[in-house]
Design a protein around this ligand. Structure first.
Ligand code: GLN
Length: 494
């Protein structure tokens, strides 16, 4: 039998269901793996050894009693540290929440628990999910398991690195402007950002409420589809969650891409795109052709406006969402202050990191009277035009294919010194959130340094099944070239 931590979540679930492995055994194997790798990778903020083992025992009992029958029952997973879990430290990788234990559980996480999954711990992230490198975490950066001197991407870098280092079977991330897809690309794993409204945001600590979406990150497409089937669905507690019944993402996964129409935006393949990434993406397009899809280039339009519009809207919403962290209701409170206003000021000054403060200031500025129309309202108009551009493209194409990011994983430290450069790295991901579309990221090649290259497939709203089907077909033909993170091949940290 393959080493336990090497199995996909679905394979592991099958073995647990068949009684070949217990959830306790699987959980112990992953906890050991965390022990081996996490001092170097630092994918986790909190590892809940006792809780996970106790839960695995309970799950094993319920499986034996026939009370838990789901395909992923007993599978150990990790959860990004911005989703509330009752009584469990939930920090958003921020000093301001470093003692925060919520009194309720996010719906997506509750669904994992209801289907019998075991939560190993909470993964590292950029503070309040603001960033693309997982370097803005109050708890220090996560490292990329492919090369420990590089970033894992962000903001769900902890979840991506944990999956790539095989220190969890799968994980949940959140994506406001690329935070599932880009780290998945940098770490050579698969991640899907569902359509806005597909997964409940209840209990997800908000960054940009009109953009945020929780989604699965896994070892392959089937794992992501299985996990999405668990977490998707309407939730009365989130008024923006969609009331839809089509939440089975497994059926039809292997139906192939024959006759599928795939568009490749020529305006994605321009200056700034690393030539090695471009080559891998175009080779992926050729693979789709070879599998019987019709593939052509076209002009999507509006590409250059996505980043400015996104940063105006995301920061505006963040500045409003983060008002609640004032030292009164949650988390950290500064020690020495004189009066209420001084307490607010000191708590927020000491509690938030530089990137979060930068965004609160930018967001407050674009919402201030006098600038509101010039920036915020204009950005909303651009958002509507971006959605129109996608709608037009999806009249003709089933799927849009392109890169996830302009480069592969960058060295640690490079982006911190140049935030604008970091923002520009989001060019292929943010428009998807502005338009509320689903997007999947999966490995499609390796650069000269051996780092993974991500491929992104986009679909029209609520057409996750189509992009999963296309991704699954590609994964099948890429399987021979698929590699593992070097630290995994060597069975531990280098
Ligand atoms: N990199 C983007 C940002 O910094 C996206 C982050 C995210 O999706 N949470 O806002």
């Amino acid at each position: 039998m393959k080493e336990l931590t090497r199995l996909t979540a679905v394979e592991l679930g099958e073995k647990i269901e068949a009684g070949e492995i217990s959830s306790v055994e699987a959980t112990k194997a992953y906890l050991d793996r965390i022990g081996q790798t996490d001092k170097d990778v630092h994918a986790y903020i909190t590892v809940d050894t006792e809780g996970a083992l106790a839960r695995a025992e309970e799950v094993d009992r319920k499986i034996r009693a026939g009370e838990l029958t789901g395909p992923l029952a007993g599978v150990p997973v990790a959860v990004k540290d911005n989703m509330c879990i009752t009584g469990t430290l939930t920090t958003c990788a921020s000093h301001i929440l470093d003692n925060f234990k919520p009194v309720y559980t996010a719906t997506a996480v509750q669904k994992l628990l209801d289907s019998g999954m075991v939560i190993l711990g909470r993964t590292n992230m950029d503070e309040f999910a603001m960033g693309s490198t997982t370097e803005t975490s109050y708890f220090g950066p996560t490292r990329n398991p492919w090369d420990l001197s590089r970033v894992p991407g962000g903001s769900s870098g902890g979840s991506a690195a944990a999956v790539a280092a095989e220190s969890c079977a799968a994980a949940l991330g959140s994506d406001t402007g690329g935070s599932i897809r880009q780290p998945a690309g940098f770490c050579g794993i698969t991640g899907i950002k569902p359509t806005y409204g597909r997964v409940s945001r209840y209990g997800l600590i908000a960054y940009g409420s009109s953009l945020d979406q929780i989604g699965p990150m896994g070892k392959d497409v089937r794992d992501c589809a299985a996990l999405l089937s668990v977490i998707a669905g309407h939730d009365e507690k989130d008024s923006t969650s969609a009331d839809r019944m089509d939440t089975d993402f497994i059926t039809g996964l292997s139906d192939g891409v024959k006759g599928m129409k795939i568009g490749v935006p020529a305006d994605y393949l321009i200056e700034g795109l690393d030539p090695e990434v471009k080559r891998a993406v175009l080779e992926a397009a050729d693979s789709f052709r070879a599998m019987g899809a019709e593939v052509e280039e076209f002009d999507l339009g509006m590409v250059e406006y996505a980043i400015p519009a996104y940063y105006v809207i995301a920061c505006a919403e963040a500045s409003s969402n983060l008002e609640r962290f004032d030292g009164v209701k949650y988390g950290f409170r500064a020690k020495d202050f004189e009066g209420l206003h001084d307490m607010y000021k000191k708590t927020r000054s000491e509690g938030f990191g530089t990137e979060v403060k930068r965004r609160i200031m930018l967001g407050s500025f674009v919402l201030s009277s006098g600038y509101y129309d010039a920036y915020y309202v204009k950005a909303l108009r651009v958002k509507a035009l971006i959605k129109q551009a996608f709608d037009k493209a999806f009249e003709k194409y089933d799927v849009i294919l392109g890169p996830v990011a302009p480069t592969t994983a960058l060295p640690v430290g490079e982006s911190l010194s140049d935030p604008i450069k970091m923002y520009l790295g989001d060019i292929y991901t943010v428009s998807v959130n502005l338009a509320g579309l689903p997007g999947i990221s999966l490995p499609c090649g390796y650069d000269g340094k051996g780092l993974p290259i991500g491929l992104q497939l986009l679909g029209q709203t609520f057409e996750e099944k189509k992009i999963l089907r296309a991704a699954h077909a590609f994964e099948d033909c890429f399987r021979d070239k698929l590699r593992r993170a070097p630290m995994v091949q060597e069975g531990g940290a280098r």
